[in-house]
Design a protein around this ligand. Structure first.
Ligand code: PRP
Ligand code: URA
Length: 209
């Protein structure tokens, strides 16, 4: 069964409060999501393998460490996932970025796929699927299947806020996928919105409401 990690870092929790606040406007919302994504990337990459290297400092030769060359791929789920990509890329600038376009039909709450464009070598990469919201889990579930269908083997899921319902779906459908969150919320409402949540992430990021 996949693991679920909720990051309790004070900076993440502090910024998330302002992200949740309905009085936070689009510009500030976008900046905060970017910052939290960067902080989450710091935590998510904690287990990346290192290799020993020698470095010549101005003083002497020294033993040191470098990342062992594990290739990373970021896969934001359009649209709202885009809001977290730049923050993660500040820490992992060499990561390639694929895109999965899905929107949730407001009546059925089922995801509808409209776009998939991925790096050609996804099977060799550690992929991080990125979406601020894990609600019913339908979108992340479909996105992960879309990646697996195309050969992906190592996948992690990174979201700001999740409902228990969505986490259960991913744990059952994809026990190989670890989930990284800034918060696990209470439940879904009758419209499939996360409670207390932060509202519609895409609309708040892009000012479309
Ligand atoms: C939101 C969100 C997730 C999805 C979560 O996207 O960004 O992708 O809903 O809901 P689920 O877990 O029930 O599938 P939305 O469909 O609103 O599209 P958008 O990002 O284009 O606004
Ligand atoms: N999508 C959102 O943007 N917010 C929710 O609460 C649920 C799905």
């Amino acid at each position: 069964m996949g693991n679920v990690f909720v990051f309790d870092h004070p900076l993440i929790q502090h910024k998330l409060t302002y992200i949740r606040d309905k009085n936070t406007g689009t510009k500030e919302f976008r900046e905060l999501v970017d910052e939290v994504a960067m902080l989450m990337a710091f935590e998510i990459t904690r287990d990346l393998p290192l290799t020993d290297v020698e470095v010549e400092t101005p003083v002497m030769k020294a033993e040191s460490k470098k990342l062992a060359g594990k290739k990373i791929g970021l896969v934001p789920i359009l649209r709202a996932g885009l809001g977290m990509v730049d923050g993660v890329r500040k820490l992992i600038p060499a990561a390639k970025v694929g895109h999965v376009g899905l929107y949730r039909d407001p009546k059925t709450l089922k995801p509808v796929e409209y776009y998939v464009k991925l790096p050609s070598d996804i099977e060799e990469r550690e992929l991080i699927v990125i979406d601020p919201m894990l609600a019913t889990g339908g979108s992340a579930n479909d996105a992960i299947y879309a990646l697996k269908k195309r050969g992906a083997k190592n996948i992690r899921l990174m979201c700001l806020v999740a409902a228990p319902e969505g986490v259960e779906v991913i744990k059952n459908e994809h026990p190989d996928v670890d989930i990284y969150l800034a918060a696990m919320d209470e439940k879904l409402d009758e419209h499939g919105y996360i409670v207390p949540g932060l509202g519609d992430a895409g609309d708040r990021l892009f000012g479309t409401k």
